[in-house]
Design a protein around this ligand. Structure first.
Ligand SMILES: [Fe+2]
Length: 333
C-alpha cells in the first residue's frame, strides 16, 4: 500500500508553479504544449512585474512559486538582488542561450530578445541623417524626438548600457542634450510614441520593435496606418561612428529560491529555450530568438538583420540605479 502510494506520489506531484509578468496569451499556448509533452501541469499566475517581485519577497521561503518569468534584464537583476532566485546549472541552457543573455551565475536566463532601435517618419527623415543613439543629442533634432519617460525600465536599461560603454560623465552629458531635443514631455508607452510621430508631433522615436510589429499586424486601422508611416533604423552599426550595435534586452526566467518542484521547473526552462518555443515567440510576439539559427516572422525579416550590442546584459541591472539618478539629473521626466 505504502509503496503504491510512493509510486503514485511523483505522478500526482507533476506540476510546476510559474509567476509570469507576460501577457497570458503570449505564454499560455507554449505552456500547454509543455504539459502535453511532459505530463507536467503548469499553474500560471500572471501579474505586473513589480507586484510579482514584491509578492515573492513577502512570501519568502513559503512561496508556492517555482519560477519567475519577467521582462528586462534590469528587473531580472533586481529579483536576484532581492534574494528570491536560486542558481541553475544546466548544460542545455548554457548551450542554447548565449552568455551575454544570461546571468553569469545562472540566476536568470534570457528567453527572447527585444531590440530598442530608432524609428523615423519616412516623409520627413532620410535614413542617411541617422547614425547612433549618441547622435540624437545633436541640436539638429531639437523638438523632433519622442520617447517615453525615465520611469520606464526599457529606457533605464538603454541608459545603463550607455553607462557601461561610456561611463557616467559622458552619458550624462549626452542625456542632457538628448532631453533638450524632446518634442514634448514624455508621455505614454512605446506605441504612443509611434502614434505621436505619425501625427506630426515628432520625427524620430526610440521604441522596442515588437510594439511596431503588433501595430503593423493590428486590426485597428489608426494603429496600422501610424505604423506604416515610420521605418526602423538600426543605430550603432558598423561604420556609424560607434559600431557597438543596437541596444537589446531580454525577457527571461529564473528559478525561485523557494522552488519545491525544482526538476520540473528546470525542464520548463529548457523547454522554453528549445527551437520550437523560440520560433513561436518570434512569430507571435515579434521578438527575436536568443539564437540566430531560429527563423523569425515576415515582419521581422522586412526590417532586415542588424548587429546587436553584445554587452553582458547583467550590467543593465548593475547600472540601473546609476541610470535612474543620471536621467533625473538630466531632467528626463
Ligand atoms: Fe513591453
Amino acid at each position: 500500500m505504502l509503496s503504491a502510494w510512493l509510486l503514485a506520489g511523483p505522478v500526482l506531484a507533476a506540476e510546476v508553479n510559474l509567476y509570469s509578468a507576460r501577457q497570458e496569451n503570449l505564454i499560455k499556448p507554449l505552456l500547454e504544449r509543455f504539459s502535453e509533452q511532459t505530463g507536467i501541469e503548469v499553474n500560471l499566475v500572471t501579474g505586473k512585474a513589480d507586484a510579482l517581485l514584491q509578492r515573492l519577497k513577502s512570501e519568502g521561503r513559503n512561496s508556492p512559486a517555482d519560477l519567475l518569468l519577467t521582462t528586462d534584464a534590469g528587473r531580472l537583476h533586481r529579483a536576484r538582488e532581492a534574494g528570491v532566485l536560486a542558481p541553475v546549472e544546466s548544460d542545455t541552457l548554457h548551450e542554447r542561450i548565449p552568455a551575454q543573455y544570461r546571468d553569469p551565475e545562472g540566476y536568470w536566463f534570457g528567453l527572447s530578445v527585444r531590440a530598442r532601435p530608432i524609428v523615423y517618419v519616412t516623409d520627413r527623415v532620410e535614413p542617411g541623417e541617422l547614425s547612433t543613439y549618441e547622435a540624437l543629442a545633436d541640436p539638429k533634432w531639437k523638438g523632433r524626438v519622442c520617447i517615453r519617460s525615465s520611469s520606464n525600465i526599457y529606457n533605464q536599461s538603454l541608459v545603463a548600457s550607455m553607462i557601461a560603454h561610456h561611463g557616467v560623465e559622458a552619458t550624462e552629458a549626452w542625456a542632457r542634450d538628448f532631453v533638450a531635443n524632446f518634442a514634448r514631455p514624455p508621455i505614454g508607452g512605446d506605441r504612443d510614441q509611434v502614434l505621436a510621430a505619425a501625427a506630426g508631433q515628432c520625427d524620430v522615436a526610440v521604441i522596442n520593435t515588437y510594439y511596431l510589429g503588433v501595430m503593423i499586424n493590428e486590426d485597428d486601422q489608426e494603429q496600422r496606418e501610424a505604423a506604416g508611416r515610420v521605418a526602423v533604423f538600426w543605430p550603432n552599426q558598423e561604420g556609424s561612428g560607434d559600431g557597438r550595435g543596437t541596444h537589446v534586452n531580454v525577457s527571461g526566467i529564473g528559478l525561485t529560491a523557494a522552488a519545491g518542484n525544482r526538476d520540473n521547473a528546470v525542464q520548463l526552462m529548457e523547454f522554453l529555450s528549445s527551437d520550437e518555443s523560440q520560433a513561436w515567440y518570434a512569430q507571435v510576439n515579434h521578438e527575436y530568438p536568443v539564437r540566430e539559427s531560429v527563423p523569425v516572422s515576415d515582419t521581422l525579416k522586412a526590417w532586415g538583420g542588424f548587429k546587436a550590442d553584445d554587452l553582458d546584459l547583467h550590467l543593465l541591472g548593475k547600472y540601473n540605479a546609476e541610470a535612474v539618478r543620471l536621467m533625473d539629473r538630466a531632467g528626463w521626466k
